[in-house]
Design a protein around this ligand. Structure first.
Ligand code: HEC
Length: 367
């Protein structure tokens, strides 16, 4: 939960920089709630709400499993399908690929993205019960709800700027190098249902736009009050699908201030920074193990999206025909997500030789 600093009061901008960094620490710290007078819309109210929350209710994906999957997967012998326990041991990407591109494509096509995400989230054991209460308690009061993008965009992609120097000036950071020796935590926030913090926020003026991978959500934080951050909007991915990359920000040709980031399921999300509404989402995985790890870059007339692969994780498994995946870079239209071009790191894999058991060793692959 956000907590006011007890030490010397840092200048506004210094506390902001500190605060953003502390988001990264927040997930591994437990902090006792401070005695405060909680009003319904102060963040401290979240402590009380979560403490009162009872045991998790039915998972939204449970009904979808019962309706769309159980007829076969609860009778694995009869239907020659993997059992529910086997499905539960699979990871998010595999389940998602299976339902969108793989063997369960037909069954997956009968579901909306929201339902698909929910059933995968159910099978992988995600607990979504506390997300809504947390969000409600963290929202800004009415007079701080509006996103103000008039300030300088200091962190617009993973390298901070397109120059990729990962550096802020003392003026941008509100801190001098000498002050770094004497810092105190201004506040920290713990996110429900998240055990890791992997993504960097985009920072525009006193706003931080932070993707939280496990929560499957992007949060717009108003940091204008250095002791009391609050949430202006939350963008939830369809079905709560986990995110993966950091956030990228840019104002595109038609004037839309766009935030772009990618998910663990290789879906790119383009969201209006003023409202948190999706402008478009687009699946960009081409191969069985495509993975969006690199943060996209937003330019006026294109969004550049790097796509990696993790086929190496199955390369040693004899039942897999390996290796056929490689990486690529896409240029997408910022208004629609339509592909403008694709650059492949290498040509498509073909049979190279017998690997010794009558099966093909494929290549080239990797990169
Ligand atoms: C009509 C029966 C049927 C239904 C309904 C069904 N499945 Fe399957 N599923 C199968 C069979 C059969 C296989 C094994 C296919 C194979 O290995 O060739 C399978 C395989 C899978 C696999 C493994 C795919 C792979 O590449 O090895 C996953 C994951 C899966 N199902 C998930 C689901 C989910 C989630 C649902 C519900 C949304 C669902 N299935 C609905 C019959 C079904």
């Amino acid at each position: 939960m956000p907590r006011p600093s007890h030490g010397r009061t840092l200048r506004t901008t210094a506390a902001m920089a500190l605060g953003v960094a502390s988001l990264g620490l927040a997930a591994c710290q437990t902090s006792e709630p401070e005695p405060t007078t909680a009003s319904p819309d102060t963040p401290d109210a979240a402590v009380a709400v979560l403490a009162e929350a009872g045991p998790a209710g039915a998972h939204p994906g449970e009904t979808i499993y019962a309706q769309a999957c159980a007829s076969c997967h609860d009778q694995p012998e009869l239907t020659r399908s993997p059992s529910k326990e086997t499905l539960q041991a699979m990871n998010f990407q595999f389940l998602n690929f299976s339902l969108t591109e793989g063997k369960m494509k037909v069954q997956g096509a009968a579901l909306s993205a929201e339902e698909r995400g929910a059933v995968i989230s159910y099978l992988t054991g995600r607990d979504t019960s506390s997300l809504d209460q947390w969000a409600e308690a963290m929202m800004c009061p009415a007079d701080r709800r509006e996103v103000d993008l008039s300030g300088e965009a200091t962190v617009t992609t993973f390298g901070f700027t397109r120059a990729n120097a990962r550096e802020l000036s003392a003026e941008q950071a509100g801190l001098t190098a000498a002050e770094l020796a004497d810092m105190e935590i201004a506040w920290s926030i713990a996110f429900p249902d998240a055990t890791t913090m992997r993504s960097q926020a985009a920072i525009v003026g006193h706003n931080a736009f932070l993707p939280v991978a496990d929560a499957g959500a992007m949060y717009a934080f108003d940091l204008s009050d250095p002791a009391d951050p609050c949430v202006q909007w939350i963008y939830n991915t369809p079905g709560g699908a986990p995110l993966r990359t950091s956030a990228s920000y840019g104002v595109v040709a038609d004037g839309t201030p766009l935030l772009v980031f990618s998910g663990l399921d290789s879906t790119v999300h383009a969201v209006d920074a003023r409202t948190g509404e999706a402008v478009w989402t687009k699946g960009v995985g081409v191969y069985s193990y495509s993975l969006t790890t690199g943060t996209p870059t937003v330019l006026a007339d294109r969004v550049i999206v790097p796509v990696a692969q993790y086929e190496i994780s199955v390369a040693a498994d004899n039942s897999t025909l390996c290796c056929t995946n490689h990486g690529y870079v896409l240029s997408l239209d910022p208004a629609t997500g339509d592909q403008q071009w694709r650059y492949d790191t290498m040509e498509d894999a073909v049979h190279q030789r017998d690997r010794g058991d009558g099966q093909s060793l494929m290549g080239p692959s990797g990169a």
